[in-house]
Write a protein that binds this ligand. Structure first.
Ligand SMILES: [Zn+2]
Length: 161
């Protein structure tokens, strides 16, 4: 697997090696636009600027486990009205599985893009459950979080561009 590319730094114009894949070796300062020297300076400067918004998974009751699984099954079949299926992309977003402490079972997870009833935009919904405890279901959606006010950011659709 090729995991490096030769790039020219947007700032100092030196040639450097960028590692786009997280597979294998990963240098500390790795960026598609800036060399490690410039990136180090940029990151140090930006440490003083607080992050105002970030993506965050929050619990939700917008959909049930069955609705999320159904939505994925419909999209994966031919009869789906969704745009992803129109492109015929068999896309599945895979979430890391969780393993029980005794190592005997892992959690089940389905992640699917669905319409957010509040913002009317397509966002990721995730449902996780343990086969041994089928009634304990964790349903989350990925939203933009307002870090300063510690709430879900208003106008979610503004962050989709
Ligand atoms: Zn540079």
């Amino acid at each position: 697997m090729t995991t490096s590319r030769i790039k020219r730094c947007d700032h100092c114009n030196c040639v450097y090696t960028y590692h786009p894949s997280t597979y294998g070796f990963m240098p500390e300062y790795n960026d598609p636009h800036h060399c490690s020297e410039c990136l180090k300076v940029i990151e140090a400067a930006l440490k003083n600027v607080p992050v105002k918004f970030k993506k965050k998974w929050v619990e939700t009751s917008d959909y049930t486990r069955e609705q999320i699984i159904d939505a994925q099954n419909v999209r994966m079949s031919d009869g789906s009205p969704t745009m992803l299926n129109a492109l015929r992309l068999p896309v599945r977003r895979v979430m890391p599985g969780l393993f029980s402490l005794d190592g005997t079972s892992s959690s089940q997870n389905v992640c699917e893009m669905m319409s957010d009833p509040v913002s009317k935009t397509m966002i990721y919904y995730s449902v996780t459950w343990w086969p041994k405890k089928p009634d304990e279901v964790e349903i989350k959606k990925e939203v933009f979080w307002d870090v300063e006010n510690n709430v879900v950011a208003k106008n979610q659709e503004d962050y989709r561009n």
